[in-house]
Design a protein around this ligand. Structure first.
Ligand code: ZN
Ligand code: ZN
Ligand code: FE
Length: 764
């Protein structure tokens, strides 16, 4: 018997080839009716035999298109007959409330790549080729529902050939919203740094000239998918130091783009997991172990043993790198820590002193999005910066959010998060909220996400730090909203729990830079018994002063002096250590007075500051040029074969963990001529042992066996591996980060999870 059913499909089902898939499945099952995008996803209206409809629904659930994510398939039966005679695809319905998910930007697919290099294809060497399975999405979407008229592609009128493909349900480009070709789509142009066109003809000329300029040692600003890159020859030491000088970026590693996996293997060790990450459609920057034989100059990534590689993800990048003979530095186009440039005018304004040339195109970028950064750990991805390719796809949570929440995140590496149902829409990487431009980007981002995902938050979660711009923003909002202040390290632990979809009580270990504590001091070496509602602090690194406040973060020698004085007494100035002889004793004395009187010396329990102190004592670094640099370089010199570790002092009540004995042993070893590689390793292992012993003690008292590891210090792979090994050997179940970063980029997810749990438990 023939029946008629409405099938509402929810999830990421727009811009991913869903309707053509429905069309061919409907034909296969002899169904009649239609399909269209609506504001909830895709709505299918079908008539046919019961059994055929059942099979059809089964296919939608079990075998949807590769880029789609089906969250729900809801059927409405008992409809009156419509007597359809065929199956058709209908244009987007604009009524109702837009609540669809928008796909992330997707790397160029194999089919498109084939056409890009096929001399017979009409899109041969077209730098903006794309189809339903690939191309820009999130970065060009201005509004929902997703169709061409609401993207920046609306400025390009399709030619007849493109329109024919676009309207043909059997074509790979059926409703590929950004589709384009040489005749009708975006074009390249090459300009000098003062904005004058370089080549006579746009297009292929511009591309060929840009390649030549790169090979000749120039810095070229290249407009990409989520913003501009600054590109240069990755083998050319001279242009790299020129770029560093102009960009005010002394040491922070640059990312590199290579044409193929084979090329990357000439410079780095690539495991099967890492290969998967490099080749995935997200195309992140993957941090890889550098080979000694690599010819990439050290100036690309000074002081570290890793290189950040990525593969091309846009057709323009494939064309640029093809046959170039070597990789390109491809770093975010900005000065210092400002947000990445994404608009042409702004790019000329900000980059004209950095780039020698500009390779532009005339497709507008609506939302800026940096390249994502990941690492392979324990057989899966560990996100370090979650942005292009991943955002704005939601993080699915194990629970359903009772209310719509906006979590404002932290200050550094900021992301925000909006919630609905079991979705946490964690934003792309916003950056460090220290300047106006980043703060504007944060506010615009929140507005854009609210509109795209139709979320109107009633609850605002924020960090306790009164000086964070994200906190000030939260406090400045409408009075009718419910506000929830959340302790930074509790948010870290909750973020790790939500990342792993776990609930209940855990042993929470937060090893971090700095976060505002509930006692008003700066925390960062914390052991909790925590759940999503609350966290009780069981033990922490003993407080030490941070003379000079923020200055002590940029100048690790200050923390070294504080710890030396604590461990060795006032006589530490007589020690025969290079650290002591190289520093100005007057300065050290002033510092000591500041610390003793508490003048501009906030107290901290941060383990990040202890890493700084040890790095300075080992003469790794007295001053840092980017966040975490001293600790990162301390890790990279550690002898990974070492197995001995220093021991911390534990107070009688077990609450305070003192580093004095660690510093005493560091000094002894240095005086005995033990190598910095050994000392660094023994320090790392000492910290891992401390974490394991605290976890055992808390297990004994609280009967908990699950440990959640979070905080920026767990980006340190040597520490993370050692700690996880020790905990696993002791029978603990260990949870680490994967979908969101262990650093402050994950804070917004943790805040949202805690706010929700407090709502559910009636605390709000
Ligand atoms: Zn494609
Ligand atoms: Zn065309
Ligand atoms: Fe943090």
């Amino acid at each position: 018997m023939a029946t008629r059913v409405h099938i509402q499909v929810r999830g990421i089902v727009q811009g991913v080839g869903f309707r053509p898939f429905v069309f061919s499945e409907a034909n296969r099952h002899s169904l009649r009716g239609n399909v269209f995008n609506n504001t909830s996803g895709v709505l299918i209206d079908v008539e046919g035999e019961d059994a055929d409809i059942a099979q059809f629904v089964e296919r939608i659930k079990s075998n949807p298109p590769p880029r789609s994510v089906v969250d729900a398939v809801e059927c409405t039966n008992h409809l009156g007959p419509a007597y359809y005679d065929t199956f058709r695809i209908i244009e987007t319905n604009t009524a109702g409330q837009p609540i669809v998910s928008i796909s992330s930007d997707i790397a160029t697919c194999q089919d498109c790549l084939g056409e890009l290099f096929d001399t017979a294809n009409r899109r041969y060497r077209y730098p903006f080729i794309n189809c339903t399975n690939c191309g820009p999405r999130f970065t060009i979407v201005e509004d929902v529902p997703y169709d061409r008229a609401r993207t920046t592609m609306r400025e390009f009128r399709m030619c007849d050939a493109c329109r024919e493909e676009y309207e043909n349900p059997h074509d790979r480009r059926f409703h590929a919203e950004p589709t384009a070709c040489h005749r009708c789509g975006p074009q390249l142009s090459l300009l000098s740094s003062n904005g004058r066109p370089v080549s006579g003809k746009p297009g292929e000329d511009a591309l060929a000239r840009a390649r030549g300029l790169l090979q000749a040692g120039n810095v070229v600003a290249i407009k990409g998918i989520g913003g501009f890159h600054l590109a240069c020859d990755a083998f050319d030491d001279e242009v790299i130091s020129k770029l560093r000088r102009r960009k005010y970026r002394e040491d922070k590693p640059f990312a590199i783009m290579a044409a193929s996996i084979e090329e990357i293997r000439q410079h780095c060790y690539v495991s099967p997991e890492e290969e998967c990450l490099l080749l995935s459609e997200f195309r992140p920057i993957v941090l890889l172990e550098r080979l000694d034989t690599s010819q990439v100059p050290r100036s690309v990534a000074p002081g570290v043993n890793t290189l950040g590689f990525m593969l091309p993800y846009a057709p323009l990048q494939h064309l640029l790198l093809e046959g170039l003979g070597g990789p390109l530095v491809m770093t975010s186009a900005n000065i210092s820590d400002e947000p990445i440039c994404y608009e042409d005018g702004d790019a000329f304004g900000r980059l004209s002193g950095i780039a020698d040339f500009f390779l532009l195109h005339d497709r507008r970028i609506h939302v800026r999005s940096d390249d994502s950064v990941v690492r392979a750990y324990a057989g899966r991805a560990m996100m370090l910066r979650r942005s292009r390719g991943y955002a704005p796809a939601p993080i699915k949570t194990a629970f359903t959010f009772a209310r719509q929440i906006l979590a404002c995140g932290a200050e550094l590496k900021n992301t925000f998060c909006l919630t609905r149902d079991d979705h946490a829409f964690v934003s792309h990487h916003i950056g460090d909220l220290e300047n106006l431009e980043t703060f504007n980007s944060f506010k615009q981002g929140i507005e854009h996400f609210s509109r795209l995902f139709n979320i109107h938050p009633e609850v605002i979660a924020y960090d306790l730090h009164p000086e964070y711009l994200s906190t000030k923003y939260a406090l400045s909002l409408d009075d009718n909203l419910t506000r929830v202040g959340i302790q930074h390290h509790h948010a870290h632990i909750a973020s790790c729990m939500a990342d792993n979809r776990i609930d209940g009580d855990v042993i929470g270990v937060a090893m971090d830079g700095l976060g505002f504590g509930s006692d008003g001091r700066l925390w960062g070496g914390e052991f909790f018994v925590a759940n999503l509602v609350e966290a009780s602090r069981i033990a922490h690194l003993d407080y030490v002063p941070m003379p000079g406040g923020a200055k002590a973060i940029r100048q690790p020698w200050r923390m070294a002096a504080v710890y030396l004085q604590r461990a060795m007494g006032d006589d530490y100035l007589k020690l025969d250590l290079p650290y002591v002889s190289e520093l100005d004793h007057r300065q050290l004395n002033t510092l000591q007075r500041m610390a003793a009187t508490g003048t501009n010396s906030p107290e901290t329990s941060s383990i990040g500051r202890l890493f700084d102190a040890v790095a300075s004592l080992l003469r790794v670094r007295n001053f840092v040029n980017y966040e975490g640099q001293a600790a990162i370089e301390l890790e990279s010199i550690a002898d990974k074969e070492c197995s001995a570790g220093y021991e911390f002092r534990i107070s009688e009540d077990g609450r305070l963990l003192g580093a004095e004995p660690v510093i005493q042993r560091v000094v002894e070893d240095l005086l005995d001529g033990v190598s910095p590689a050994q000392v660094s390793a023994k320090f790392h292992i000492g910290v891992a042992n401390l974490i394991a012993s605290q976890a055992r003690r808390i297990r004994g008292e609280h009967r908990l066996n699950r440990v959640a590891l979070s905080g920026g210090v767990f980006q340190n792979m040597f520490l993370l591996r050692k700690t996880s090994q020790l905990l696993a050997r002791d029978g603990f179940e260990v949870f680490t980060h994967s979908r969101v970063p262990p650093n402050d980029g994950g804070i917004s997810l943790g805040q949202a999870a805690i706010a929700n749990a407090r709502i559910e438990s009636g605390r709000i």
